[in-house]
Structure formats: C-alpha cells, structure tokens
Design a protein around this ligand. Structure first.
Ligand code: GSF
Length: 203
C-alpha cells in the first residue's frame, strides 16, 4: 500500500497515526499538491493529499474514507466503534477536528496570496470557525480522559492532528492558554510514539 502525503498535512498525519496505531505497513510517497510537477491529480481528481493507493491500484480518498477502510482491514487497535451511537460520536468529533484543520488550512492558503489580493473577510470568517471549533472541542472534552470518554480512538487522533497543525502554522493562536483541557489531551497524545514519529518538521 502507498500513502501519497505531505509531511505537514494534518489529514495525512491522521492517516499515518492510524496506520502506526494499527501496525499497518505502507510506503510513504511525499508529493506536494501545489508543486508544479505534482502527480497527486493522477491519483485523486480533487488534487488533495492524503491518497491511499492499494496494491491492486485502487485509490482511496479522502482521509475519513481512508481511516474507515484501515480500521476494517485489521482488528488490531479498533479506532472506530462498531455500535451506532458511539461510532457516530467518533465521526462527529473527526468532522469537528478536520473542520478546524480545514479552516486553518484555508487561512494558510489565503496568506500565500499577494497581500493586495488577500480577503480580510475570508480570513476572519475562517478564524472564527477555528475559534468556535476549539471552544466546542474543549467544552465537549471537559474533564474526560479521552474525547469520547474512557477509551482512546479516532476522535483523539483527529483532534491531536488539528491542534498540532495550529501549532505548526499558527503559533500565535494560544489555544493551550485558552483551553487547558485541550492542552492536557495534546500533551498526553504527544507521548504516544505514532504522534512523536509524525510530528511535522519544524519550519
Ligand atoms: C482534505 C485534504 C486536504 O485539504 C481529507 O483528506 O480529509 N478532506 C480532505 N489536503 C490539503 C493539504 S493539507 O492542508 O492537508 C491539500 O492536499 N490541498 C491541495 C489543494 O489543492 O487543495
């Protein structure tokens, strides 16, 4: 199996952590979607990473579909509950975390444009999504050990990747100070080897 990825993508990191937690072997293929010679569109018409390329050539995207597939191919470390209500709760956490990462990624992209072409309104709109998302994450985590309660699962991986992406791209957003419960979770996650081994390279 090949994972087409970038070292900074929070969505690719989520997949890489799932693979490590479930002991799934894969070949990483770094391909930056914005590079002139990228081959990402040949594997994903949406031109986004991550993309999982199976041994028979079949491709899977986006990261949510990839992690759902990975959780089904081996019983090692189940990360998505099978029962309906707990499963939906985990997927909703993943949607919230991925949405924060999406909004942060949109700000990062907008800031790559020439200053005169950047939309203040657009950036402000995305910043509000990030802030509201962080508030809801902190509120719903509360003093629980993990996002959905007593067990570590995909929701914690998704939240950890979104928070790590904010650290990478927006150190000025002091989410640890604003939300100590998120800082506690992030510190616990950062001790896990899959998180240590996928830390984005310091820019
Ligand atoms: C989002 C992937 C994505 O935005 C998923 O896999 O969950 N819903 C998708 N990837 C970015 C890189 S990064 O911000 O993670 C990407 O590949 N952008 C290239 C582009 O052309 O937007």
């Amino acid at each position: 199996m090949k994972l087409i990825m970038s070292l900074t993508s929070p969505f690719a990191r989520k997949v890489r952590i799932v693979m490590a937690e479930k002991r799934i072997e894969y070949e990483p293929v770094v391909d930056i979607p914005w590079d002139a010679g990228t081959h990402v569109p040949d594997f994903n018409p949406l031109g986004k990473v991550p993309v999982l390329v199976l041994d028979d050539g079949h491709t899977l995207f986006d990261s949510r579909v990839i992690v759902e597939y990975l959780d089904t191919i081996t019983p090692v470390s189940r990360l998505i509950p099978e029962e309906n209500r707990p499963r939906i709760a985990v997927r909703r956490w993943e949607a919230l975390a991925d949405g924060v990462a999406d909004a942060a990624s949109a700000i990062f992209l907008e800031r790559k444009r020439p200053e005169s072409q950047q939309s203040r309104e657009w950036i402000a709109r995305q910043e509000q999504k990030v802030q509201r998302g962080l508030e809801v994450m902190a509120d719903e985590l509360g003093d629980k050990n993990w996002c959905t309660g007593e067990f570590f699962n995909l929701s914690d991986i998704a939240v950890g990747c979104a928070l790590g992406y904010l650290d990478l791209r927006f150190p000025e957003i002091e989410w640890r100070k604003a939300h100590p419960v998120l800082a506690r979770l992030a510190d616990k996650l950062s001790q896990r080897p899959p998180f240590k081994d996928t830390l984005p390279p310091a820019l």
